[in-house]
Design a protein around this ligand. Structure first.
Ligand code: SAH
Length: 488
């Protein structure tokens, strides 16, 4: 470690920036956010810099000096930044600052820096600084981008709430261990989830309730025994169920929220459509339970799943119910939360990229297009054996795209039914199998010939059918898996 990370209080502190261009602007922007009083000295100061600091200049907080550098401006400053395009001048500023023992940073010149500007993840009051000690600033920025995606915006508010309650918690829970347990419970449980979901008031209320409960427990343990220094065991509470859309298979299509909840899970119940790669991203020591359903015994299986979710939550576990695609698109997520609601279990639902979106984007078949389709229908292609009508009369609009989920097994009945109901036999249709996965395959044809083509090609499930004029765009817009075609 050849620099030591410290967090410097710059609120109301005088600092000097030598230079009035883009580099100065970037530093001024950062330092103004930290509350510093900025003096800029440069013969030319860009309009952008002037605009950035205008308010502070008007109120007397910031000062712009349209002059050549002079070391007299260094006096009394807490830090100095040199960001001019004149190398000799930068050296001069560095030497002058060193003579006065004021920390100096010559931008992009590590040997002339007493301190380094880190890449910053700002979740005020939580601040993370990342430095590569000048060796690889781009790498530090990439790392920052990764952290940005992993740390919910709500962390700042959570830390503020904790700050507001700190004194009260200290007063009510006298032991260090007790307080640590209390905060761990808050930060890993419902309080933080509520905060991340933007439900600040409920988060505060829950934290206050937890505190009252813990204080009560402590009071009871003091009356019943002399040993009140034992850690406080929080009362066993119901856990929570997260119904999470896992998308179509490619883990990169998960939402940040899905990933975060998956990494907190104690137990995961997952469907057949959830890919191994997605499953791998769940917390390593979470129990993973397959609850894939067979087409024939939906009702029973669904009730069984509801019970599993409820029972696991009742033991205090954080339960993730991981579903292919989106939980509310042919995912029976609605039924699961009805059951949870009836059982009084807390839950959240996280959307996922539904198969129709994945199949559309990854096959180059836009679902809407100014010239071809003004509306979209998602319908189920599932037809019970022996059943007749699939409501084909509603699917005859030539300007509408129809996406069939679960339709491959009934391809023949769907296509003949649509033609019989009056949809043009030449209407383009596509089968998109394994959408978004490396094994994706697309077969296009018309209502009249797709059955024959599929008999030859035999695309596997899971697969979607996309029907409508937009399918004709596939030939020119297909991109996924076509590396050579794109390069040539
Ligand atoms: N909730 C899911 C749909 C579940 S129904 C979602 O929103 O995507 C199951 C059907 O989804 C399958 O029969 C198939 O038609 C479709 N499907 C799911 N994943 C798919 C994939 N990767 N490629 C193509 N179709 C898929």
């Amino acid at each position: 470690m050849n620099t030591f990370p410290l967090f410097f209080k710059l609120d109301n502190q005088p600092i000097l920036i030598v230079g009035g261009g883009e580099v100065a602007q970037r530093k001024a922007d950062l330092l103004a956010r930290a509350g510093a009083c900025i003096t800029i000295v440069a013969p030319e100061i860009t309009e952008e810099v002037q605009a950035l600091l205008a308010e502070g200049v008007a109120s007397g907080r910031h000062t712009l000096i349209h002059e050549h550098y002079d070391k007299k401006w260094l006096a009394g400053k807490r830090i100095i930044i040199a960001g001019t395009d004149d190398e000799a001048l930068n050296h001069q500023v560095h030497a002058d600052a060193q003579a006065l023992n004021i920390p100096v940073n010559v931008v992009d010149t590590p040997p002339l820096c007493d301190f380094i500007f880190p890449a910053i993840v700002d979740r005020n009051p939580i601040v993370i600084g990342i430095s590569s000690n000048g060796k690889a600033p781009v790498l530090a920025r990439l790392l920052r981008a990764r952290l940005e995606t992993l740390i919910p915006q709500g962390y700042g508010n959570l830390a503020k709430l904790a700050g507001d309650m700190r004194a009260e918690v200290k007063a009510k829970i006298p032991t260090l261990t007790g307080r640590r347990q209390f905060w761990e419970r808050a930060f890993e449980g419902r309080v933080s989830e509520l905060m991340f979901a933007g439900r600040d008031k409920e988060a505060k209320q829950t934290l206050e309730d937890n505190l009252a409960e813990t204080a009560q427990q402590l009071a009871e343990s003091t009356t019943h025994s002399n040993d009140n220094l034992e850690p406080v065991n929080p009362i066993k509470k119901n856990g929570e169920v997260y119904i999470v859309g896992a998308g179509p298979g490619d883990p990169e299509l998960l939402t940040f929220k899905a990933l975060r909840l998956m990494q907190q899970a104690d137990i995961v119940y997952y469907d057949a459509l959830v890919s191994d790669k997605v499953l791998d991203l769940c917390r390593r020591d979470a129990d993973k339970v397959f609850v894939g359903k067979k087409r024939s015994n939906h009702a029973v299986a669904q009730q069984g799943i509801n019970e599993l979710l409820i029972n696991a939550a009742k033991t205090g576990k954080r339960v993730v119910r991981l579903k292919g695609g989106d939980p509310f698109v042919y995912g029976r997520g609605g039924e699961e939360i009805e059951a949870l609601q009836a059982a009084g279990i807390a839950y959240q639902v996280v959307p996922g990229v539904t198969a129709a979106n994945a199949a559309s984007c990854y096959s180059g078949i836009p679902l809407t297009h100014r010239d071809h389709a003004q509306s979209i229908k998602f319908v189920t292609g599932f037809i019970k054996a022996g059943a007749e009508n699939n409501n084909f009369a509603n699917l005859l609009d030539e300007e509408e795209t129809v996406v069939f989920y679960m339709g491959l097994h009934a391809l023949e009945r769907l296509t003949t039914g649509l033609i019989a109901a009056g949809r043009h036999p030449e209407t383009p249709i596509a089968i998109v199998a394994h959408a978004s996965l490396p094994t994706q395959q697309v077969l296009t044809g018309t209502l009249a010939d797709i059955v024959r083509k599929q008999a030859h090609t035999n695309l596997p499930t899971p697969a979607l059918l996309i029907l409508g004029k937009v399918v004709s765009l596939h030939e020119t817009l297909a991109w996924f898996g076509l590396v050579e075609r794109v390069i040539l």
